[in-house]
Design a protein around this ligand. Structure first.
Ligand code: PMP
Length: 404
């Protein structure tokens, strides 16, 4: 049996990691992986997470009972304040619903499932995704019967934002359409709208009664500042844009494997929020029954203890600043030392874990095959894979393929 099941291709990022692992070239570089690495290319357990783990281990009141269906209440309410802001009117007025999810992926899934069932669809179920976007978005929405369609986002000519294309697709989409927005540190391009552009986007969304589906996987990780990276989400909430937010603690707390996340839905009234919460509970029950406790306890401790929170902010700075310094160094090497043909300002203008280099698929292949530098075929590099030991080798390899 099962002999007629079609064989699916392996996930391209995980395939790239496997090829990197199997390569015994000493100077090999892995720029595919979407996880933070320290200057020695090692995973980094945040010191604040180590501390919080110690506190949990020594807490005799903890047991292994089920959490409530919607998650650990201290965690979900602290997580809501972190993304929406302590001053959020929606929180104060009891109009938000926050449900603990299986990291950001689970938040996207639960948000998608909820919309699929309860959004006031005027026509076919569709979601507008930026072109390009995190590849998993397509699968997540298709899984619940929502058809993904693209809106223009990245402009290959400027290696920046196609703002006019984005705006005109907001204007021309059917009234009440759902748009997925990356809250900060757009994956895969590293290109974000400016605050003035976010204002215009909010105007266009309000004018057409669209719905904002925010995906926030990099709060704090992008700029080093938790508030700055939440500013688009908070601005939309203040403007009264109908919205939900998917939140992940994988990157900013280095808790990739713990699967800590949250889905926040903002309602017009407390009554609306209560209705949403009742249905999210029903959906969550059938999907996972109850979310896992350990990671949520860790994050809850960090968010609610003032000194742990300060320490976390310092750890976030450590990660964000290392990445920003790699951007500056790569830019310096290409422009000042190697005089690589072309303009490389986008390397320092882009934000977050990823950078879109602008090189073509053939050049990417040459980097993989010729230089043992592993990256996806779209020219995206994970800045976290660069460090003071390999950045010169990478810059020289890039220079070579650009010169052809
Ligand atoms: N959304 C985006 C845009 C992402 O880049 C990621 C991480 N790659 C996620 C969601 C979800 O990641 P996780 O499920 O590990 O929180």
């Amino acid at each position: 049996s099962w002999s007629s099941v079609p064989l699916a291709p392996p996930d391209s990022i995980f395939k790239l990691s496997a090829a990197y692992k199997a390569d015994d070239y000493p100077q090999k570089v892995n720029l595919g992986v979407g996880a933070y690495r320290d200057d020695n290319n090692k995973p980094w357990v945040l010191p604040v997470v180590k501390k919080a783990t110690g506190l949990l281990l020594n807490d005799p009141s903890l047991d292994h009972e089920y959490l409530p269906i919607t998650g650990l209440p201290e965690f979900t309410s602290a997580a809501a304040k972190l993304i929406l802001g302590a001053e959020s009117a929606a929180i104060r007025e009891g109009r938000t619903v926050s449900v603990q999810t299986i990291s950001g992926t689970g938040a996207n899934h639960l948000g998608a499932l909820f919309l699929s069932r309860f959004y006031n669809w005027n026509g076919p179920k569709q979601i507008y995704l930026s072109d390009p976007t995190w590849a998993n978005h397509y699968a997540i929405f298709k899984n619940v019967g929502i058809e993904p369609i693209n809106y223009p986002y990245y402009d290959a000519k400027t290696i920046g934002l196609n703002f006019n294309g984005f705006l005109s697709s907001l204007d021309s989409a059917p009234e009440g359409s759902v748009f997925l927005l990356h809250a900060c540190a757009h994956n895969p391009t590293g290109v974000d709208p400016t605050s003035e552009q976010w204002e215009k986007l909010a105007d266009a969304i309000m004018k057409r009664n669209h719905f904002a589906f925010f995906d926030c996987a990099y709060q704090g990780f992008a700029s080093g500042d938790l508030d700055r990276d939440a500013s688009a989400v908070r601005y939309f909430e203040q403007r009264g844009v109908p919205m939900l937010v998917c939140q992940s603690f994988a990157k900013n707390a280095g808790l990739y494997g713990e699967r800590v996340g949250c889905l926040h839905v903002v309602g017009a009234t407390k009554d609306a929020a209560d209705r949403v919460k009742s249905q999210l509970s029903v959906l969550q029950r059938s999907e996972i029954s109850n979310p896992p406790s350990h990671g949520a306890r860790l994050v809850s401790l960090i968010l609610t203890d003032a000194s742990l929170f300060e320490e976390w902010k310092r750890d976030i700075q450590t990660m964000a600043q290392r990445i920003i310094s790699m951007r500056k160094e790569l830019h310096r090497l290409l422009t000042e030392e190697l005089h690589t043909p072309g303009n490389w300002d986008h390397i320092v203008n882009q934000i977050g874990m990823f950078s879109f280099t602008g090189i073509n698929p053939a050049q990417c292949e040459e980097l993989v095959k010729g230089a043992h530098v592993y990256l996806t075929g779209n020219g995206r590099i994970s800045m976290a894979g660069l460090n003071t030991h390999n950045i010169r080798y990478f810059a020289e390899s890039l220079d070579k393929v650009v010169r052809g």
